[in-house]
Structures are given as C-alpha cells and as structure tokens.
Design a protein around this ligand. Sequence first.
Ligand code: FES
Length: 67
Amino acid sequence: MLICRCNEVSKQELNALIKKNRGITLEKIIETTGASTKCGRCKPLLQKTFEQLSAKYPPASQLNLQF
Ligand code: FES
C-alpha cells in the first residue's frame, strides 16, 4: 500500500525502516524517504502510519521487560 504517491513510499517501506531504526522520528523518516515533501496530501496518513508503527516497534528502552 502506498502512503505517499508522489514519492512512492509504501507502508512496507515505512514498516521496515521503523522496525530497523526503533525510536526514529517522523522528521528523520521524511528526510530519508522524501514522503510528504511534494503535494503534502499524504501527511495525515503518514502521521497515522508512523504512530501505529512506532507503537508496534517501540524503542528498546521502552520495551516492557519482565523478570
Ligand atoms: S502524496 Fe505524498 S507528497 Fe504527494
């Protein structure tokens, strides 16, 4: 599924990026992929997808470790 049509950034690409770089910021994702830098129509979807994937792949320091 394409999140940003102008720059052809897919949800799969974002998933892989966030999974590999846990804790990455939205700004860094935009800088890396170029998503939302043209028409900007994808911005709400990009934001929502970023929030969902960040919750799915939290930074290591936020993992709920159980001993
Ligand atoms: S759809 Fe993402 S910038 Fe146009």
